[in-house]
Structure formats: C-alpha cells, structure tokens
Design a protein around this ligand. Structure first.
Ligand SMILES: Nc1ncnc2c1ncn2[C@@H]1O[C@H](COP(=O)(O)OP(=O)(O)OP(=O)(O)O)[C@@H](O)[C@H]1O
Ligand SMILES: [Mg+2]
Length: 586
C-alpha cells in the first residue's frame, strides 16, 4: 500500500482510541472542560451506563457561535498558545483533542452561549459536522454524547455491562467532585438523581461532601492534615489505621487540583502508613498536593492521569514524612471514643479492620517477661499517679482491674476504658526501641568478612552513586567490579539478617524512587518483632501500679492507638453510653 495521509475523521477516531477508553473517560473530559470554563455548577446526566447518553451541562463562560466549529477541530484550544504556557499550565485541558475525538465516535451535539451573546448549537454524526445554528441556552455549555462508539463496532464490543460502566462513571465523578469544592455537582442515572452536591466553601462543608462521597464512616475515622514546607503543600484527610480496608478503593490523590493515579505519590503515602497498618490492608485517604505548576509535567499520559515531577524524590519524602507525622499523633485523645469503637464492633461493616481480625500469635518465648523490669528497660517512669493528685483524670483514666488476664479496665473522668494490654505494651516498646535507635543513629557494625553481592551493572552504579546515603543508613558498600559489590558494615540492629537481600531491595528502591526506605523498614520490622516478644503477655497478672504505668506510657507514646499490627489497642464507653445501655434517665 502506498503511503497516504489519513482522512480527518479517521485521525480523530484514532486519537479517540487513547483519550476515550470508555464512557467514564467522556465524562472526565467534558466535566474538565466545564471546570476550565469556570463553571460553578456541573450537571451530569447518564443513560444506560453512558452507552446511550452522556450529557454534561455547565454555567461556565460558554463559547460564541463562531467558535463552535473551531472547538471541534483537532489541536484547537483556548488554553495554551506557546510552549511556555504548556510548561506552567493550570487548566485541566491543553491539547485541544477531547471534543474532536469524542465527536468522531458518537452522535454529538454542542450547545453554548457566552455571557451577553446568542446561543448556538452544532451537531456531528457519521463524521459530518453540520453548520452551527441558533439555539436556546442560558450562559454556559451543554454537550450531549449519544450512542458512544456506534461507528466503531470494535470498540463498542469492549463496553462492559451498563452497571459496570456506570460504576466507572460514578467513580470518575466522585474524583472530580473531590478535586473541586468550589463547584457544585449533580449526577443523574436513568433519570434518577444519584447525588447533588452544593459548592463547599468552608471546611465543614467540604467534610460533608467527603462524607457524602466516601461514606460518613470515613469522616468519623479520619484526621485532617495540613502541612506546608519549601513550596510544597499537602492537605486533606487521612483515614485512621483502624479504618483500613481490604481494597485500595478509597485512595484519592490530587495534584494541583488534577486527579492523578501516581505510583510515586501512592508509594509515599503507603510508606507513611506502613508502621500502623495491619499487613495486607489498604489505607483510605483524600489528599491534595499543591506545588509550582512549572515543576510538574502534566503532558505525560494520554488521559493525563500520570505526571512527571522535576524533583520527585523531594516530593516523595515530603509526602511520606507529612503523612507519617500526622499519623504518629494518633495517641489516646479524651474526645475520641477510643482507637476502636464499640458501636462499630456491634454493627460494623465487615470490610474494615476491627476486632474481627485474627489476633497475632502469642509470642513463643519461654519464661515470660516481667512487666516492672520491662517498663524500666523501656525507660518508663512508673509515675504511679494516684487519684488524689488533684488534677483531672488522664485520658485513659486509672486502672481498676485486669480482666481475663487480657484486658485492663480503667475508670476515666466520664466513663470506662478497656485496653488490650499486650497490644498496647507492644506499641509502647516498639516506639521506644525506634527512638533509641534514632538517637544512636547510624550505629554500624563492621562485618568480619565483607559480604560480596552480585548485582546488575546498573545496580552497582546506583550503589556507587548513593554510597553516602547508604552509609548514613548503616550500609557501607564498595564496588568491586562492574557487577560486584562488597558490604563492609551493616546497621547494628541487622547484623545477623540477610544483608545481601536487603541491599538488593534498597538498590531497586533507589533506582526507582531515588530514595530508599527499605533499610529503615527492615529495621522497623526487626524492632517490631523484638517488641512483640518483649511485651507483657496475656495471662500474666499485673498489679495496679503496673497497669497505671502502662496507661501513662500509652498517653505519651506516638501511634499508641494501634498495636504494631495495626490492631486497635483501646476502647472507651462513656457514662452516657452506659446510661443508654441501661435505659437510665428515660
Ligand atoms: N464546557 C465548555 N465551556 C466553554 N468552552 C469550552 C467547553 N468545552 C470546550 N470548550 C472550548 O473548546 C476547546 C476545545 O475543547 P477540548 O476539550 O477539545 O480541548 P482542550 O480542553 O483545550 O484540551 P484537552 O484535549 O486537553 O481537553 C477548549 O479549549 C475550550 O475553548
Ligand atoms: Mg478539554
């Protein structure tokens, strides 16, 4: 076949292959256009999962009649004019591809009215564009997409069931609605209104929207976070570890108000949770990152879902540390109902962490620890506070008894508290061990015989390049040849571990993210298992002063709301709840 130029309509249909994966992608493009046009209200109507109709209506700036045809031309955009504009682009769109692509694979209608101008409409079907004609429409724009992929049977075949496609649309609109609190959103499916969200001006209204979209339970078990440093800003809500889920289905990340699916950032958040999450569970979060638009390349993915960062490593660390710090602050708080909550135990949704999880195996160490000794080893000051020290009762109150050898029952200012003593003690010890390790940071141990590790040339290069950092984390490594490394010193706490494996993992982290948390992670795993072994075990009887010492330690300890496996460590029942339980005062 000789070389030829493809006809325009075919070019658009090919472009649609990348931009329009399924009905939800059409919704994304159209709603993004509405937001770029400054809409304060966006209404999305769907029929039959989007296969029959997708209609998006906005009250944005609209377009004059003479621009309607241009909007349907490939590479026609009002959003950028030069390469410099692209480099600092703030609008969601910039390629001028969405409308022509969508119009080439559907029966398409665009109606628009600019402020103070006449409304006009234009239709496209079977690759033919009709001339614009006058229409009736208030200021703003409506785009109708009917019979998506009708002209491309091969694509139509790939559409899933109505309910699956509809779910994708709902998920997409949820993301868009989380990305822009300044606009109101409505969604209608088969003429039934699914949600109608007013614009949310303040934090309370935003939290209401988040609760509406993710469920009220998320908001009830979330901490708000806001952190800014060196031109980077992270804000949003972190689901508490005890609200972790079996699926990663509530992880929302936005960069400069753009919804993204970014591995680097997702990994940074995951690391921030690693110390408090039960294995295999997924955190829930809604997080917003803002940074200089010039330091992000948004033109890196056909649906703009992935980004490239100029300083990805710095950003990764910023996100990781901010999340970690926000979660570390989850210690017993007199205002919350505990790290787990009784109402959830009774009617709880089985998809989340809770007491239904298998308990960790009791550590198989003979002899059993002595709590008093352990408390001293761990540096605890058993400030054996009595009730008569004048001050208000501390958040976890004072111990009354040990129950079934497992729980501590304590009385607080306005109710009772139950503590899982092993889980709580384990966390207290773990945090102490980590602090001790950090303060003696960089403590290394020389290997009598250096461990030689075979790696790829690329990995060896990475090791050489990051030698200082590895050394700071405790790994002293030399390059022996193109693909051979010698490990001379290792972190003291890991002296007997599989150092070759650790080095390989650290190198692959370094190669991928430019930073490795693997060493710290491994060290933490080791400390966690030490803590678990050392923690006071079930059925060892404790005296009241010992129990009180543990309660005071918990109040001082970071992350003491969860044990090292992410299980909750305590719960509270207030006097009010006790009264209700016994129908008192009715
Ligand atoms: N809802 C709308 N309100 C006002 N103008 C719109 C609307 N939708 C599209 N336009 C105009 O039509 C142009 C083309 O839209 P289109 O979505 O095809 O491209 P884009 O948004 O510029 O870039 P991208 O392909 O990255 O989305 C836009 O640049 C904008 O000027
Ligand atoms: Mg667009």
């Amino acid at each position: 076949m000789p070389i030829r130029l493809l006809p325009d309509n075919l070019v658009n249909q090919i472009a649609a292959g990348e931009v329009v994966e399924r009905p939800a992608s059409v919704v994304k493009e159209l709603v993004e256009n509405a937001l770029d046009a400054g809409a304060t209200r966006v209404a999305v109507e769907i029929e039959r999962g989007g296969a029959a109709l997708i209609r998006v209506r906005d009250d944005g700036t609209g377009m004059p009649a003479e621009e309607l045809s241009l909007a349907l031309e490939r590479h026609a955009t009002s959003k950028i004019a030069t390469l410099d504009d692209l480099a600092a682009v703030q609008s969601l769109g910039f390629r001028g591809e969405a409308l022509p692509s969508i119009a080439s694979v559907s029966r398409f209608r665009l109606v628009s009215a600019p402020s103070g101008g006449e409304a006009a409409e234009i239709e496209v079907a079977d690759g033919r564009r009709a001339a614009p004609r006058p229409a009736a429409h208030p200021r703003g724009t409506t785009v109708e997409v009917r019979d998506l992929f009708y002209s491309v049977p091969a694509r139509r075949k790939f559409l899933r069931s109505e309910s699956t496609e509809y779910q994708h649309i709902q998920r997409t609109l949820t993301r868009l609605a989380l990305s822009r609190f300044d606009a109101g959103f409505t969604l209608t499916h088969n003429r039934r209104e699914v949600f109608s969200l007013p614009a949310a001006a303040d934090r309370a209204a935003r939290e209401e929207r988040v609760a509406r979209l993710l469920g009220p339970e998320f908001m009830r078990h979330a901490v708000h976070l806001e952190h800014e440093s060196g031109g980077l800003r992270l804000s949003g809500w972190l689901g508490l570890p005890t609200y972790a889920r079996a699926q990663p289905d509530q992880q929302y990340l936005f960069v400069n108000r753009r919804m993204v699916r970014d591995r680097l950032l997702g990994n940074a958040v995951r690391l921030g949770y690693q110390d408090v999450l039960y294995g295999g569970r997924h955190a829930a979060y809604v997080l917003y990152i803002e940074l200089d638009p010039a330091s992000v390349d948004v033109n890196a993915h056909p649906q703009k879902l992935e980004l490239r960062f100029r300083d990805g490593r710095h950003l990764h660390d910023f996100v990781f540390r901010s999340v970690e710090r926000a979660l570390a602050a989850t210690r017993p708080d007199p205002l919350r109902s505990g790290s787990t909550d009784l109402s959830r135990l009774l009617g709880a949704d089985a998809g989340r962490a809770g007491p239904g999880l298998p308990l960790g195996q009791p550590p198989a160490v003979a002899g059993g620890g002595d709590w008093t000794v352990l408390a001293r080893v761990a540096g605890a000051v058993a400030d054996d506070a009595g009730r008569d020290d004048g001050g208000a009762a501390p958040p976890l109150g004072y111990a009354l008894a040990q129950i079934h050898g497992i729980f501590i029952l304590a009385q607080t200012g306005d109710g009772i508290v139950l503590v899982d003593m092993h889980a709580a003690h384990e966390r207290v010890l773990y945090e102490r061990l980590k602090t001790a390790l950090e303060s003696g940071a960089g403590e290394r141990q020389a290997l009598l015989v250096p461990a030689v590790v075979e790696v790829s040339e690329e990995e060896a290069g990475v090791a050489e390049h990051h030698a200082d950092e590895l050394a700071a984390a405790g790994l002293v490594v030399d390059r022996l040849g193109p693909g051979r490394l010698a490990i001379r010193e290792v972190p003291a706490a890991l002296a007997t571990d599989d150092v070759g494996g650790l080095l390989r993992e650290a190198l692959s982290d370094l190669a991928e993210h430019g930073a490795s948390h693997r060493i710290v992670e491994r060290q933490n795993e080791l400390l966690a298992s030490l803590a678990c072994r050392a923690a006071v075990r079930a059925h060892r009887s404790m005296t009241l002063p010992e129990m009180n010492a543990l309660l005071r330690e918990m109040e001082r300890t970071d992350r003491s709301d969860q044990c090292n496996h992410g299980r909750p460590t305590w719960t509270r029942v207030s006097l009010d709840e006790l009264d209700r339980l016994f129908l008192r005062g009715r």
